[in-house]
Design a binder for this molecule. Structure first.
Ligand SMILES: [Zn+2]
Length: 315
């Protein structure tokens, strides 16, 4: 009997818990970066109660027939904030949502657009769809809720329903969106999105602007190769996954970080040092990146990952 009561209490507790919803995310300005393209530059940092989990760069393109949204953020609340900024500029329908990769800080906001229009198409890489089927989205929902002290509560997993691969393109209202994927880079599901008419390239998390991010699902070699391939794109506006929109110098700087980290690790690996032993020397070699948020948090992990890659490549 006691057990039944406990279960009932848990179920009741869960029902109350599920009914709660985190507060609205305040408006952040949509900055025009090209004639039809706007970016809402999110706070640079990890998810916290203060930033309500909002930390990426949601964007949208106003086509002749309606709006195309890219990466609407980390929660239903962020997605709703993105929709409010769109509504300040146009009453036109949202035609599609494009997702750059499987990390939930970029796409959990899909829910707001699906709630507004159950028929809206959501695009993503097949590996992203497979990851969500394997439970990655559920983990992100739980982690966001915990890291933001419940600010994202009410968010549920709404993944892509339309798979796109490298070389695919879709057009809306005369504007073409071309997807680029060059294997595992920042994750296994990265899609860079070129908008040729706007001379815009959305970089996904393959590059940030002055921000060090997790590489737990990535490969330094693949990320560097992907950025090298990206330089073939004739874009003049580069939208990173985190940090301000800029030009090709931001791509070069992020590539430099990845390449210099890997080169420093290789040097000390060849000299017989362990990851722990080489950390101060790698930090010194990368001193020019030390003021990028995330540097101290990620350096140890990045060294370990680079070491694993170097060991694998040496066989
Ligand atoms: Zn990411």
């Amino acid at each position: 009997m006691k057990r039944v009561f406990t279960l009932a209490a848990l179920l009741l507790g869960h029902a109350v818990f599920a009914a709660e919803r985190g507060p609205a995310v305040p408006d952040y300005p949509a900055e025009q970066v090209a004639p039809r393209t706007y970016v809402i530059h999110g706070p640079v940092g990890y998810p916290t109660a203060e930033n309500q989990g909002f930390m990426n760069n949601p964007a949208f393109v106003l086509t002749a027939d309606g709006v195309v949204v890219i990466d609407p953020g980390s929660s239903v609340q962020t997605g709703e904030m993105v929709l409010r900024q769109i509504r300040k500029l146009t009453g036109q329908k949202v035609l599609a949502v494009l997702n750059t990769h499987v990390h939930g800080d970029h796409w959990l906001g899909n829910q707001a657009f699906r709630d507004a229009d159950p028929a809206v198409a959501i695009y993503g890489h097949p590996n992203m769809i497979a990851g969500i089927e394997a439970g990655v989205g559920d983990s992100w929902v739980a982690n966001m809720d915990q890291l933001t002290a419940g600010a994202t509560r009410g968010t549920r997993v709404v993944g892509p329903n339309t798979a796109v691969q490298d070389g695919d393109s879709v057009s809306f209202g005369g504007i073409t969106f071309r997807f680029l994927h060059f294997g595992i880079a920042h994750s296994n599901s990265d899609l860079m999105i070129e908008v040729p008419q706007e001379q815009v390239l959305f970089l996904a998390d393959n590059a940030t602007n002055r921000r060090i991010i997790r590489m737990d699902d990535g490969r330094f070699s693949g990320n560097i190769a992907t950025l090298d391939a990206a330089t073939q794109v004739k874009a003049r506006v580069l939208v990173p996954g985190h940090g301000k929109t800029g030009d090709w110098t931001l791509v070069q700087a992020y590539r430099d970080y990845l390449a210099e980290l890997k080169a420093a690790v290789k040097t000390h690996y060849d000299a017989g040092l362990s990851d722990f032993e080489m950390k101060p020397q790698v930090a010194a070699a990368l001193a020019r990146f030390a003021d990028w948020p995330g540097f101290d948090d990620e350096l140890g992990k990045h060294i370990s990952l680079a070491l694993l890659e170097i060991e694998a490549e040496s066989f």
